[in-house]
Design a binder for this molecule. Structure first.
Ligand code: BEZ
Length: 219
């Protein structure tokens, strides 16, 4: 059965460009983004891995580790990493799992045989500090992912885990947020004593509580 939100991310042990990875041990108490790419030495994948390497400081700022995966071997990953550095202006700075026997890809449902019989699709999993899957995305091989969107979702997941709010469409850190529908007005008053802007009784906006409290640090 496909991995669903709230499931514990399957553990695995596999070789990688940083040596053997015991996934749950590697996660420790951190959040992580695990993403698959179809194949080494392919154009879209090259740009994606460069994009993630450039964004690594942004993931780190949020306490999030990143780890990639494909069904190619470590020696291919290592040879390809030179091309990534040369063409993308950023060297690989996170582990790439070599899943030649497809054990991890199968455990995570990254193989979609009706789309591709051998390579993985472009899967993304955001995993929280309890090792629970909080987001899963599947993109086709022909479409490179927008990793700024993954950062945006991490901001939303962390904010909504810590405050009784949800984030509206296209929300960015610092924008107004929505009071959780589970709070009635009386409960909302206790949490948001400065009040809110109601466009409907169920659509109540407040300023981003993380921006207000700490001058913009993400929480
Ligand atoms: C690519 O990364 O460009 C790619 C990989 C596998 C299939 C198609 C495209």
């Amino acid at each position: 059965m496909a991995i669903q939100l709230g499931d514990v991310a399957p553990d695995f042990t596999a070789p990688s460009t940083d040596g053997e990875i015991k996934f749950h041990q590697w996660l420790g108490d951190d959040w992580a983004v695990l993403f698959s790419h179809p194949k080494d030495f392919t154009p879209v994948c090259t740009t994606e891995l460069g994009a993630v390497a450039r964004l690594k400081p942004e993931f780190e700022k949020r306490g999030v580790k990143v780890i990639g995966l494909s069904v190619d071997g470590v020696s291919d990953h290592e040879a390809w990493s030179k091309d990534i550095e040369e063409t993308q202006g950023a060297a690989l700075n996170f582990p790439l799992v070599a899943d030649k026997d497809r054990e991890v890809a199968n455990a995570y449902g990254m193989l979609h045989p009706n789309a591709d019989t051998t390579a993985t699709v472009r899967s993304v999993f955001v995993i929280d500090d309890q090792k629970k899957v909080r987001l899963s995305l599947t993109y086709p091989a022909s479409t490179g992912r927008n990793f700024d969107e993954i950062l945006r979702v991490v901001d939303s997941l962390k904010l909504t885990s810590n405050h009784a709010v949800a984030t509206p469409a296209n929300w960015q850190h610092g924008d107004d947020v929505i009071i959780a529908a589970s709070l009635n007005d009386e409960q909302a008053k206790a949490r948001f004593p400065d009040g809110w802007r109601a466009e409907k009784p169920y659509l109540r906006y407040v300023p981003d509580p993380s921006s207000a409290r700490d001058g913009g640090a993400r929480s």
